[in-house]
Unconditional design. Structure first.
Length: 157
């Protein structure tokens, strides 16, 4: 005659199985949370890169050439910036932008801050500029930029 398992043994098996399932669910929940956080961060970085590239293209589109008689012609917006413009907010070198890239109203809290710098590539060469643009996520003081882009702009005869 076969013996039936004791009722206490089935309860221990059920508790162990429940513990294993709970551990798996907690691990899966953590994995999903990390994945969603990374997806949000990636979306913010992509938006920041788009905003940085848009400003860089705006700067590249400003007047910077030689006139027919050889005179240098340049837009006032391409004047050299103070050395710390990428590190701190300086009027004329920073914009606060909403999530769509539109400028925020004065005093409005916006998700992005865009700073740019303009400098001569070489002090002896007045016809080559370095244009730099960085975008930061607001609310993270001291954090590194989410996106930075730069290019050289050369005035050609």
């Amino acid at each position: 005659m076969a013996r039936s398992p004791s009722p206490g043994f089935a309860l221990v098996e059920a508790l162990i199985a429940a513990l294993l399932v709970a551990t798996a669910v907690v691990g899966l929940t953590h994995l999903v949370t990390v994945g969603l956080t990374q997806a949000l961060r990636t979306r913010q970085s992509a938006a920041a890169l788009t905003l940085a590239q848009a400003k860089l293209e705006e700067l590249r589109g400003l007047t910077w050439h030689f006139d027919a008689d050889g005179t240098r012609v340049s837009s006032p917006e391409l004047a050299a910036s103070p050395p710390s413009t990428l590190l701190q907010d300086l009027d004329g070198w920073v914009e606060r932008l909403d999530r769509f890239g539109a400028p925020g109203a004065p005093g409005e809290v916006t998700p992005y801050q865009r700073r740019w710098a303009i400098a001569l590539f070489d002090a002896a060469d007045l016809d080559t500029l370095v244009l730099q643009v960085c975008v930061f996520t607001t609310g993270r003081p001291g954090a590194a930029a989410d996106a930075c882009v730069w290019t050289l702009r050369t005035r050609k005869p």
